[in-house]
Ligand binder design. Structure first.
Ligand SMILES: *Cc1c(COP(=O)(O)O)cnc(C)c1O
Length: 430
């Protein structure tokens, strides 16, 4: 378990000062539970790193695709963060939660015209341009609204960051953004300088996710600073904003060993400062876009254990009352998780099991070869590190109801998302 969790006298898992077996009883399962203080602490680590490494000349944008609902947006906003949105739905949520529009950054590799209109008319601070078709649309829509829209350009810096290693590759075969090495990025920016309703503020890159080392981030910063210098040398215009994306790794199982978030930022800031001196550039305004690392570890999913099936010599299936509907990451990526039994949280691991869901899909697994204590029907299983890319990737497959979400803090629990109802399930049926 994570160090902010503990076990009480009844042997129950405690998070945010609340007994998770009791919380499961109170709200039912499956249930997402988030620890508010952990989210806030993560926001502060990033914010403090911007303050200390860049003298506050920067902004942390929470990548809301990791977990997007009103309460999460309110929490990150109250910590002074801005937000990344990649769709009209995320933008709508951010606006309704009261996020300062100037701190909203709109992403997406195929933003629709309606989404661009919504973003520009609501006054979002920045749009990250993915392609030329979109550049022209933004220019036209901004002109209609009589504004100059600030944009960044999404650059493929030619760095392929894998989870445990990274290699420099062409990476031209990425769907996102403009390639550097072909001259595509340079040409796009030079063209944008001529657009009357576009203000080109800077460049952006996002090199991957669940990355455990600082090196790929450092390399990306080096490449983009050099590119800013090249654009200045050619056009005389010095871009002032540098967005280095997200992707910082978190702990799913004890095998994961990421470096501290603040250490990434410090390492990268050294590169940016050195590059600024080397190329005689002013220090740019720095943005970073952590998603997973803000919310993943703060969240758990509570399930009730149902049937336990032994297939002799093969495996033991422990089924739970959720599955790919609330967590499709195993079927999508083979992601690993750690689980424990919330109502006997200190019990020794005695076996290795396959945890399966309740959907009519043989791939509906939470994980295989998962170490677990003795488990019985009716136990509450806590799956750890589900705060990111679980609810946000959830579905109603098999017309299962999406779980509720509870926020815990200082011994108090509160509902932040209701459990869906059968009425919700047929709401859009005609
Ligand atoms: C997904 C994404 C992020 C966040 O990535 P994490 O791994 O969740 O930190 C940031 N920026 C962009 C452009 C993304 O697509």
């Amino acid at each position: 378990m994570h160090d902010f969790m503990s076990v009480n006298n009844e042997r129950h898992l405690v998070m945010g000062g609340c007994d998770m077996a009791q919380v499961a009883q109170k709200y039912g399962t499956p249930l997402y539970v988030m620890d508010e203080n952990v989210i806030r602490a993560n926001c502060r680590v990033y914010k403090n790193a911007i303050d200390t490494c860049y003298s506050g000349n920067g902004l942390i944008l929470y990548a809301s695709k990791a977990l997007c609902n009103l309460e999460t947006v309110r929490i990150v906003a109250s910590e002074g963060l801005g937000i990344d949105v990649v769709s009209g739905g995320e933008l709508y949520t951010a606006l309704r939660a009261g996020m300062d529009v100037s701190k909203i950054c709109m992403h997406g590799n195929n933003k629709t015209r309606a989404e661009l209109e919504m973003a520009i008319s609501s006054g979002v601070g920045r749009i990250v341009v993915d392609n030329l078709f979109e550049l022209d649309q933004i220019d036209a829509i901004a002109a209609e609204h009589g504004v100059r829209q600030k944009v960044l350009f999404r650059i493929k810096p030619g760095i392929d960051a894998h989870t445990h290693n990274f290699v420099m590759t062409g990476q031209i075969d990425s769907r996102f953004g403009f390639a550097l090495e072909t001259g595509e990025a340079r040409a796009a920016i030079l063209r944008a300088f001529k657009c009357n309703s576009i203000c080109v503020a800077g460049v952006h890159c996002h090199i991957g996710s669940q990355i455990f080392e600082a090196d790929p981030f450092e390399e990306a910063a080096r490449v983009l600073m050099r590119f800013i210098a090249e654009i200045r040398d050619e056009s005389g215009v010095e871009l002032t904003e540098l967005n280095l994306g997200g992707g910082f790794g978190v702990v799913y199982t004890p095998e994961d060993d990421p470096i501290e978030f603040g250490d990434y930022i410090e390492a990268v800031s050294r590169i940016v400062k050195t590059a600024a001196v080397e190329h005689s550039l002013k220090m740019p305004f720095i943005m970073m876009e952590p998603g997973r690392s803000i919310v993943a570890e703060a969240g758990i999913t509570l399930y009730t254990v149902g049937a336990i099936k032994d297939i002799p010599e093969v495996r033991r299936y422990v089924t739970v009352d959720g599955g790919i509907g609330d967590n499709p990451r195993y079927i999508l990526y083979g992601s690993k998780y750690a689980a424990l039994i919330a109502n006997k949280a200190d019990a020794e691991v005695t076996q290795s099991v396959t945890i399966a869901g309740k959907c009519c899909e043989s791939g509906d697994l939470i994980g295989e070869n998962m170490p677990l204590a003795d488990v019985s029907i009716g136990d509450i299983l806590a799956l750890l590190t589900t705060g990111a890319y679980n609810y946000s990737m959830s579905s109603n497959y098999n017309r299962n109801l999406r779980p509720a979400m509870v926020m815990v803090k200082d011994g108090r629990d509160r509902l932040v998302m209701k459990r869906e109802t059968y009425e919700d399930i047929i709401r859009n049926d005609v």
